[in-house]
Design a protein around this ligand. Sequence first.
Ligand SMILES: [Zn+2]
Length: 141
Amino acid sequence: MKSNKQKRSEISARKAAKREKQEILAVQAAREARLEFRRLARSRGELPVDTAKLGPNNSYSIPAFVARGTYAPIEFACKQCGKVETWTAEQQKWWYEVAKGDVFTTAIMCRPCRRKERSRRDEARRTHLDGAARKLQARKG
Ligand SMILES: [Zn+2]
């Protein structure tokens, strides 16, 4: 015959084992849910957001991609030529996490227009610097 003390310790041991099993199941379920979320996101062309890599920003509002946890492809019309292009999840990840672009900026120009705009800006800067150098030279001479 078991003592009450023995019975009680057996019951609490069984309860502890059950609790441990439930915790393991909960962890597994959470992991599967996370994997399923990633699988679905990937199938939609999305990529996970690594918030630790985002550039600093002092806004209190949260960008949609941070709230969602993924970068999703965005269709936009180029503001220069009107061509509709897709800003892919890969391009967004690069822009926000590698180039540390402002989290509230999005693509507004297609690739060719962006390239043209950059060379126009570089040319304008060169012209400005050349002009400033000539002015300086004239003042010295
Ligand atoms: Zn364009």
